[in-house]
Design a protein. Structure first.
Length: 230
């Protein structure tokens, strides 16, 4: 099959100095096909962010296997994976306030060695794609929440990731703006054949994805398995 993410028996433990270790993920198994759009739901503290951080190789694996686009994260150059395979966006956008929208989008390209002129052109193109080219010179502080999130998405797409991980990307947006971000993910998935995993607390948004996964106390369930008691 065409699985771009393969996770088998993933365990994540945080070691607490002078305390008991916390086992946050307790043996997760998951297969995601290329081009899928997946929502991850679950109560606060259930390990959703930890799972996304592992998939984007910000956090390391304690036990088990994680294979991203045929690369086994347990023995890979994680910086390369972060640069070329995955990209993550957050609820609070994390834009650099002292840079313009354009510079924010250029930033990851410059970090990975793209020439300035090329980076500038591509960043302009991405801002056009999120319908913000007329805001290129604005500072993030001058933009609305929805606009800031669109800049963050443009920035996340700068290095052509194969997988976009989004940690509550619509959490700080009103319903209508949140839905427009969702539509935009759909378009990008179709255009670029990327795969999107999105954490959300909003069932009406989650329902519009291809598949809902629910994380509870470090164990992953399918929506059908526990929908009755939500
Ligand atoms: P969620 O995103 O579902 O709210 P998280 O993945 O952020 O949950 O956190 C899951 C659990 O792991 C929480 O109990 C949290 O306190 C703990 N945790 C997360 N990151 C760390 C860390 N770096 N060190 C220790 N504990 C952590
Ligand atoms: Mg979280």
């Amino acid at each position: 099959m065409n699985a771009i993410i393969k996770v088998k028996n993933l365990v994540k433990t945080f070691e607490i100095p002078r305390g008991e270790d916390i086992e946050v993920l307790k043996g997760i198994t998951l297969k995601v096909d290329k081009g899928e759009f997946i929502a991850i739901m679950g109560p606060s503290g259930s390990g959703k962010s930890t799972l996304l951080n592992i998939l984007s190789s910000i956090e390391d694996v304690t036990e088990g296997t994680v294979i991203i686009d045929d690369v086994d994260l347990t023995n890979a150059d994680l910086i390369e994976v972060r640069r070329h395979k995955t990209s993550i966006i957050y609820q609070d956008f994390n834009l650099l306030a002292y840079l313009t929208a354009l510079d924010n989008v250029m930033f990851p390209m410059l970090l990975s060695g793209v020439k300035e002129k090329v980076a500038r052109e591509k960043a302009m193109m991405l801002l056009e794609r999120v319908q913000l080219s007329q805001r290129a010179d604005h500072s993030p502080d001058d933009l609305s929440g929805g606009e800031q999130q669109r800049v963050a998405i443009a920035r996340a797409l700068a290095n052509d990731p194969k997988i976009l991980l989004a940690d509550e990307p619509t959490g700080n947006l009103d319903t209508k703006t949140g839905e427009s971000i969702l539509e935009f993910f759909r378009e990008i998935i179709q255009e670029k054949n990327i795969t999107v995993l999105m954490v959300t607390h909003d069932m009406s948004i989650a329902k519009k994805t291809d598949r809902i996964l629910i994380l509870r106390e470090g164990v992953l369930h399918r929506e059908e398995d526990i929908l009755e008691d939500l």
